[in-house]
Design a protein around this ligand. Structure first.
Ligand code: HEC
Ligand code: HEC
Length: 377
């Protein structure tokens, strides 16, 4: 365990990291502790009340983390309506948007598997596998950027990626809109989702609709959220011990905010090199996007929401065991060796981050007719 000095140092780092979080949080809406003071009434997100409490652990946790709101958040550039969300959901589940008509967004972000696919690497076009683990789409709307290396600024931009990515859905750009136009049922859906537009069927609008749907894929009401709101009994004794360790060892330096992650980039391997299995040298993460060597091996700090459901772990999908992932994190990010009991407690705490899953009905998709183009062989 950390001695007192390390703890104080981490605490200081935590606070300055939190300032950065506040500065770059989307829409500026996040609990904004100002160096230990409790958030004021006005700074609170509205909706379910944050009960007044004198519980030290709850107050400490509230300094760095906040509950998932009960309603889908707004996203920039998208006017969300039930019609738009319905269209987005259909597109998300439609395999005919891929070149082979065999892969949809839901193939790799399966709603029944925590919004991910439980594979180290996802099988895409002709079973080809990309080089990174599929992150969950649940709560992705709260991440400050999308992808492990942040190369898409938001969900709208992100949704354009996989459709045309050669190892994911492999559709040539034009194929997507041609395909949508060739399925006559889609045109009225686009018209309803984008009222007043003369030419509503476009790749850009498809991306907006998918993003609007994804914004509804949030998992509120986890035991940890209930705890944050003031229910001291929402966590077990082990989970509370794990939360205390999560705070005191410094995990929350990086894993903070609504998503316990998704607010910053950090190097994977701050104190020591995780090695080529966890960190294959050819994937430079953020540095590969910016070309700045100082950002090599920096990755977006991933969310820990619903983490028990989304094994295997790390961008390399190389660790199937959550307990091992926790021990590795302490070792390489914080230079600390946790006891097995401490690992168990932190893992128990992570189990309190599983929220209510969205209830999805698999949509009835527009039918293919004789004129619809066949899949690529
Ligand atoms: C073949 C599997 C596959 C398909 C199909 C696929 N994805 Fe992904 N998705 C991935 C992988 C792998 C990543 C991570 C890639 C990276 O970071 O470089 C990812 C990343 C994402 C992210 C970023 C999440 C985050 O926290 O950074 C979102 C959102 C997402 N996909 C949504 C979609 C949508 C929407 C579609 C359909 C249009 C889709 N995906 C299709 C595998 C897939
Ligand atoms: C210095 C920042 C930092 C600290 C401190 C830190 N993490 Fe992480 N964490 C990261 C980054 C970055 C990743 C992504 C690593 C990668 O590239 O795969 C990550 C990944 C994880 C993952 C895997 C998530 C997934 O979806 O694959 C878990 C679990 C995790 N951290 C838990 C913890 C715990 C528990 C602690 C404290 C013992 C901790 N982290 C401390 C930055 C940090």
């Amino acid at each position: 365990m950390a001695n007192l000095n390390t703890k104080n140092l981490l605490r200081a780092v935590s606070l300055s990291a939190m300032m950065a979080v506040v500065a770059c949080s989307p829409g500026g809406k996040t609990a904004s502790p100002d160096g230990g003071a409790r958030p004021s009434e006005e700074a609170q997100t509205p909706a379910p009340t944050m009960a007044e409490t004198s519980d030290e652990l709850i107050l400490q946790a509230r300094d760095f983390m906040e509950p998932i709101p009960m309603d889908a958040p707004a996203i920039e550039g998208v006017t969300s309506t039930p019609e738009l969300v319905k269209l987005g959901q259909a597109l998300f589940f439609d395999p005919r948007l891929s070149a082979t008509h065999s892969i949809s967004c839901a193939s790799c972000h399966y709603p029944g598997l925590g919004g991910a696919d439980n594979s180290p690497f996802s099988a895409g076009f002709h079973g080809e596998r990309g080089g990174r683990n599929a992150p969950t789409v649940y709560n992705a709307v709260f991440n400050f950027v999308q992808f492990w290396d942040g190369r898409a600024k938001d969900l709208v931009e992100q949704a354009g990626g996989p459709l045309v990515n050669p190892v994911e859905m492999a559709s040539p750009q034009a194929h997507v809109t041609e395909q949508i136009l060739a399925l006559p049922g889609y045109s009225p859906m686009f018209a309803k989702a984008f009222p007043g537009e003369t030419d509503p069927v476009s790749l850009e609008n498809a991306q907006k609709a998918i993003a609007g749907f994804e914004a509804t894929l949030i998992t509120p009401n986890a035991p940890f959220d209930q705890f944050l709101r003031g229910d001291t009994n929402a966590l077990t004794a082990d989970q509370k011990a794990g939360l205390t360790l999560f705070i005191d060892t410094g995990c929350l330096t990086c894993h903070s905010g609504v998503n316990l992650g998704g607010t910053m980039y950090q190097k994977f391997g701050v104190f020591s090199d995780p090695g080529p299995v966890y960190l294959p040298p050819e994937d430079k993460g953020r540095g590969g996007v910016t070309g700045n060597a100082a950002e090599d091996y920096f990755f977006k700090v991933p969310t820990l929401r619903n983490i028990v459901e989304t094994a295997p772990y790390f961008h390399s999908g190389s660790e199937p065991d959550l307990k091992r992932a926790v021990a590795v994190m302490a070792e390489v990010q914080l230079g600390q060796t946790l006891t097995p009991e401490e690992v168990d407690q932190i893992t128990a705490f992570l189990g309190s981050l599983t929220g209510d899953q969205p209830e999805l009905v698999i949509p009835q998709l527009p039918i293919s007719d004789a004129k619809s183009p066949p899949p690529e062989k």
